[in-house]
Design a protein around this ligand. Structure first.
Ligand SMILES: [Zn+2]
Length: 144
């Protein structure tokens, strides 16, 4: 996230000898956006990926995603550079465990956060109970 908002060239290719430069870009991006904004963007990016992996993105959610990250190439490169350099950038536990947040009405529960379904209580005995339960797509909070 921080790299996306920094002066890092979109076509930049990471190399070990650039570590100091990458760290500068990270600091620059954090200074531009602020930590809260970066966390929120990272959570929404995780939420978008979760839907995308399930082929469940909606036009509305895609539109917001593209507004936040107009350049898919830049986003890919920023993520790649971050993953290559993550071993030396200290990641706080809070940043590692960011919840995946869906930016828009959830396509599974329509934003209600709950679903009427048959919930498996015990698979072995075939015990199901029908009723409302938390939406597994948008309410479990974990990344995909
Ligand atoms: Zn949902």
């Amino acid at each position: 996230m921080a790299l996306y908002a920094s002066d890092m060239p979109t076509r930049y290719r990471y190399s070990r000898s650039d570590d100091a430069q990458v760290l500068d870009w990270v600091s620059q991006g954090i200074a531009r956006l602020g930590r809260d904004e970066i966390r929120q963007r990272a959570s929404r990016l995780a939420g978008h990926r979760k839907l995308w992996l399930r082929d469940m993105t909606t036009p509305e959610i895609d539109r917001r995603h593209k507004a936040r990250f107009p350049s898919a190439r830049r986003l890919g490169n920023a993520e790649e550079t971050a993953s290559l350099s993550i071993s030396w950038i200290r990641v706080t536990p809070a940043a590692r465990n960011l919840p995946a947040v869906i930016d828009g009405p959830c396509p599974k529960c329509d934003g209600a956060g709950k679903l009427w379904a048959n919930w498996v209580i015990d698979e072995m005995s075939g015990w199901f109970e029908e009723g409302y339960g938390p939406c597994p797509l948008c309410q479990d909070g974990g990344a995909a």
